[in-house]
Design a binder for this molecule. Structure first.
Ligand SMILES: C[S@@+](CC[C@H](N)C(=O)[O-])C[C@H]1O[C@@H](n2cnc3c(N)ncnc32)[C@H](O)[C@@H]1O
Length: 291
């Protein structure tokens, strides 16, 4: 620790950082500045007001990370983590950063299976393992399968799955697979209680922020001219895997609030097709139930 006379107010360092990030066009600049400071200090962001003065080295390290964030490197790549439900996942280059809006899909899925003992759950397009691991943490009695096609994402999912097993969660079953394969997980045909999926769904050519364009893998984001190339297969796969009365939930782009429910409704074995809005009222995910 530096001599007390050389210690600096953290509050001023955060204000500087927020100004630099705002000038670089970073949305939620103040929150990101605080998250970076909390990461460097190793404290929860809410505890920052309890840290009035810091060593100059802390201010230097905050400045170093802020300069990287100003180059639009995702905050989560700098801190190394993102959250889903009660689970903290390691993330970085080569895997999609889980988004807060996907929590809605998770909560819906957990609520549907409240009265189902030892449910079988499949997370298609698992990325870092976010939905599968968050579900397994919420329901230790569930048998959770997770599928991912990209080796780099699968490596992050494996690391996260191992981390969760070490802290006592039920292990998930991780599969290298592609939702376009007609026999994917065919051993589970008609036996699955819930299919969750946050697939790539952005129409090709849609402008996206630099954090997405340069750091999320393209195959995690874009899915053909209408963004539905992967979702079409997910719908077919879910219809095949679900038991009678089983549920499916698929996240989608806000432009797909009609098209994704229509894809679900076109499957005669699926009913109760429902569109769901996010917290700001945009279409965000669609659900259905096998008749
Ligand atoms: C939008 S990311 C979502 C990841 C994770 N579900 C989440 O919410 O953070 C979509 C994931 O689907 C994977 N993916 C893309 N096409 C796929 C396919 N045909 N089969 C399996 N996984 C696929 C991508 O590699 C990426 O990890």
């Amino acid at each position: 620790m530096a001599d007390a006379r050389h210690r600096l107010p953290l509050r001023l360092a955060i204000m500087d950082a927020a100004r630099i990030l705002a000038a670089a066009g970073v949305p939620s600049a103040r929150v990101d500045a605080e998250m970076i400071a909390a990461h460097v200090m190793g404290v929860d962001r809410m505890k920052l007001p309890m840290v009035p003065l810091v060593d100059p080295q802390v201010v230097d390290e905050v400045g170093r990370l802020v300069r990287q964030r100003a180059r639009r490197i995702p905050l989560q790549h700098l801190t190394g983590w993102a959250a889903m439900g009660t689970v903290v996942l390691e993330v970085g280059p080569g895997v999609f950063v889980p988004r807060p809006e996907t929590e809605l899909l998770l909560e819906w899925g957990i609520a549907q299976l409240r009265d189902v003992a030892r449910p079988v759950v499949v997370d298609l397009c698992t990325g870092s393992g976010a939905l599968a691991l968050a579900f397994a943490a919420a329901r230790p009695d569930a048998v959770v399968h997770a599928v991912e096609s990209e080796p780099s994402a699968l490596a992050w999912a494996r690391r996260n799955a191992d981390n969760r097993t070490k802290v006592g969660d039920s292990p998930i079953r991780l599969h290298s697979g592609d939702v376009t394969e007609s026999d994917l997980l065919s051993e589970l045909d008609g036996a699955v209680d819930l299919v969750l999926c946050n697939p790539p769904y952005v129409p090709d050519g849609t402008p996206v922020p630099p954090e997405v364009a340069e750091h999320d893998p393209a195959r995690a984001v874009f899915a053909g001219a209408d963004g539905l190339d992967v979702i079409r297969h997910v719908v077919g796969c879910a219809a095949r895997l679900l038991r009678n009365g089983g549920f499916v939930a698929i996240e989608h782009d806000d432009s797909q609030g009609v098209s994704v429910p229509a894809l679900l409704a076109a499957r005669h074995v699926l009913g109760e097709v429902t569109g769901h809005l996010d917290l700001v009222g945009r279409p965000r995910f669609a659900t259905a139930r096998r008749n």
